[in-house]
Design a protein. Structure first.
Lengths: 262, 216
């Protein structure tokens, strides 16, 4: 069949995997009596952009935090690029973590460092990059997010939108295969949202990075997603391409949710 | 009561000696308390009771017993076990140790005040634990606690005369010695009283300047 992916069709970068990159199997996460994720199964293929939508408290953010190893699941297994992330020894976790970058709702830039050092800190100390190389790359990334003139400023001197764009550059500086975006525009003033989303659209278009995105920006989700997952009460109740989910959702809960947010 | 300027003049050489000793105690004692307090605060975060329990017990004990008792103990009891230091060394160590049990609380509060998001960002960037502490957490924690540490420096200054009890001739010791030899109490005690005010005022000015430099 002509549409079948052939091994020789894969991207030239050997580090990039094709096929399934992330797999969650029967993952359960509880906080006290509250079950946030209930025997969840799902997988993401390399290079895909997947958006998680659903009401607050439905477990979307928890999935990102599990993948970033900020939380541990109570049950189930998580696999990234064929290797166990949980359960796994600390050394293996550190290796897998190198493949994953995350951008947070509250930016979480290091306030004691300049913009430049926020971006170069991890490439130098974790990847062992030379300072010059890391700085050169940081400047390229700052150009990508449109902040070249702010290299020597501290985060407190920047607007929320600018801080978030630095945070995106910081995550990309580690050359992750997967980028996790956790409600990255929710803490921003409305007029600053567009700038951040434009940067992300640009990245989605121009790189082969896999994106997992929790957002309430439905237009953005429609633009960048290959697949949209609708969450409710710790389960995926509906999944599909954005055209289908946004235009003709099958599930009543999806319809209700979309009519409330659109 | 009459004021005798010649007594002031006679006391001044002794005053300078005492001032030098007081400043030595203050500077070295502060350094010890800053470093040791940080060590205690970090040890209390080691995730095993085998560390936190003994450290907690020792620091709690030191904090809740009087400095004067500790000075006497270190100066008069330790030599019986063959451990001997000069009065000044013993005094500096005692006051530094005593205040480290306060500064550790200050550091703890500073470390806890660093938002969880900073730890999360460090994890997401895969920074090693050591690097997370030295490059991310401590710079932010220490910046927050400089004013509180400064208050303990002033407080320590006012405790330095206690070292007189173990024969250290700091300012009060010199003043008392002079007073007893010359039967003139007013002048030397007034002089050192002013000196304490001036030192604490200068110290607080220096700390405020440091605070301003740390906040940008």
């Amino acid at each position: 069949m002509s549409t079948e992916t052939h091994p020789t069709d894969s991207k030239p970068d050997p580090r990039r995997s094709t096929g399934e990159l992330i797999r969650l199997e029967q993952v359960t996460k509880r906080f006290g009596d509250h079950t946030v994720l209930d025997h969840l199964d799902f997988s993401v293929d390399a290079g895909k952009h997947v958006t998680l939508i659903g009401p607050s408290g439905s477990g979307k953010t928890t999935i990102l935090r599990l993948l970033m190893t900020l939380l541990k699941p109570d049950e189930g297994t998580i696999t990234v690029d064929g290797e166990r992330l949980f359960p796994a020894p600390e050394k293996q976790v550190r290796e897998i973590r190198k493949k994953i970058g995350m951008v947070f709702q509250q930016f979480n830039l290091f306030p004691n460092m300049t913009v430049l050092r926020n971006i170069t800190e991890a490439p130098v100390t974790v990847l062992g990059m030379s300072k010059d190389e890391a700085e050169e790359r940081a400047r390229e990334l700052l150009e990508l997010v449109g902040l070249t003139e702010h290299v020597d400023k501290h985060p407190a001197q920047l607007s929320g939108g600018q801080q978030q764009r630095v945070a995106i550059a910081r995550a990309l500086a580690m050359r992750p295969q997967v980028l996790l975006l956790d409600e990255v525009t929710s803490a921003l003033d409305p007029e600053l949202v567009a700038g951040v989303l434009d940067v992300l659209r640009d990245i989605a278009r121009s790189t082969d990075i896999t994106m997992l995105c929790v957002t309430h920006e439905m237009n953005f989700a429609r633009d960048i997603s290959d697949q949209v997952l609708m969450f409710d009460s710790g389960r995926v109740i509906e999944a599909g391409p954005p055209e289908k989910i946004f235009s003709e959702p099958e599930h009543d809960r999806t319809r209700e949710f979309l009519s409330a947010v659109l | 009561m009459k004021w005798d300027w010649s007594a002031v003049a006679d006391f001044m050489p002794h005053f300078w000696d005492g001032l030098l000793v007081t400043l030595q105690i203050l500077v070295l004692g502060s350094l010890i308390s800053f470093v040791l307090g940080l060590v205690w605060a970090l040890l209390m975060r080691v995730p095993t009771r085998w560390v936190t329990w003994p450290v907690g017990a020792v620091t709690e004990f030191v904090r809740n017993t009087p400095l004067l008792v500790q000075l006497f103990f270190l100066f008069y009891v330790l030599p019986e076990w063959g451990i001997t230091f000069s009065a000044l060394t013993t005094g500096v160590f005692a006051i530094g140790l005593h205040y480290s049990t306060y500064t550790m609380q200050v550091y703890r509060a500073g470390i806890e005040a660093v938002p969880a998001g900073q730890w999360e960002a460090a994890t997401a960037l895969n920074l090693p634990l050591r690097r997370t502490w030295t490059a991310v957490i401590l710079p932010q924690a220490v910046r927050r606690v400089v004013p509180a540490l400064g208050n303990y420096v002033i407080s320590m200054l006012k405790d330095t005369p206690m070292l007189m009890a173990i024969t250290v001739l700091e300012m009060l010791g010199e003043a008392r010695l002079f007073a007893q030899q010359n039967f003139q109490f007013t002048e030397p005690l007034t002089v050192i009283g002013f000196a304490f005010i001036v030192i604490s005022y200068l110290a607080s000015l220096a700390l405020r300047a440091l605070e301003r430099r740390l906040v940008h």
